[in-house]
Design a protein around this ligand. Sequence first.
Ligand SMILES: [Zn+2]
Length: 436
Amino acid sequence: MNVYDKIKELADGIQSDLVACRRDFHKYAETGWLEMRTSSIIARKLTDMGYEVLTGDQVCKKDARMGVPSDEVLEEQYQRAVNQGADPEFVQRTKGGMTGVIGILRCGEGPTVAMRFDIDALGVIEETDPSHLPAREGFGSVNPGFMHACGHDGHATIGLGVARVLMAIRDQLHGTVKLIFQPAEEGVRGAKAIVENGHLDGVQYLIGSHITDKKPDDPATVIPGSYGSLATSKYDVVFHGKSAHAGGSPHLGKNVMLAVATAVLNLYAIPRHGKGQTRVNVGTVHAGSGRNVIADEAKMEIEVRGETTELNQYMTNYAVSILENSAKMHGCTCDLRLMGAANSLSSDVELAERVARVCREKLDMPVSETLRSKSGGSEDVSYMMNRVQEQGGQATFMRVLTPEAGPGHNRRFDFDEQVLSNAVKIFCGVVYDIMG
Ligand SMILES: [Zn+2]
């Protein structure tokens, strides 16, 4: 039997295990840096399969993590993970939000091929009506306010499926396989900390993917590449002023309300850039403590984006200047904390074409007419792709297509689980094409 047929047979053979695994991750949804149960189970499974496994601070560089929840939340989630059946040995490694796992399989001389699977859920309250399949089938999230509403439960499962199949065909592979299970993709907070630990250094090929809604009349199972995701920077901003009696002595105060109002209007007034699209959004503002008090503290959550990394830098610089000067203008100060960031990404045509060829000719899976789709959001796999590309390697971010229920990030989101074994075939087929 040729190896591609073997891959198909192995992937089909584990489909029911993949469904069970996905439903387990879905039920115990954990958001960014809190994927403690999830990480412990991934580490256990990879270890049992025979992978060399990195966990804890071996995965993410501790102080390069962005948007980490408070110590209180981290501790609370740790206890919950333990109570919800986390692997007792590996969960200890995740303490303090040191989530994420890397599995390595060394098969002698040859290229290093890395794959990235994100594993975090979202802060969404899942639909409980029985018309929503996870609710009906009893695997709806049991963690209130946490839901896998973007399919990363599927991504983590696909990664474990790829691990199993590649281990089974390891004698046919030449080089090193690196499976990266990345925490905190939502809010683009996790990838940079993995890159800064050096895990993408020396990687010749990087493949990432996202499950994406399939149009009913389109037979395609995959779009081989992507381009045009927006670079972004996300900040929490805290303004400090001075409180005073609003009636008796307003002149003794330093009013953050004015600083914030000045900042909001001017952020939206950042001039457009001639080289491409830009975005700015002030998502939240919380300010003040009482009707008759000059407000002395305000918090804002903002983000900027740009079509290229350069355009995002233009927006970032402008926004920072506006925030600092709005505060200064009214005698206040402001502190900025970077909570998430991503570069723009562009799949290498050569690798995308390889994906298309393997799917069409070796796996008998229909491929989209479009080689690379334009993506509208932001994705921090861009950090990993950029790192590989700047060393002369190739990277692609595929869209694996499947019918979805509800839009992404919605409480009714769900997907057709057939995509699990389909994606395993695509990843493993391409890896074998490179390493075989
Ligand atoms: Zn996602």
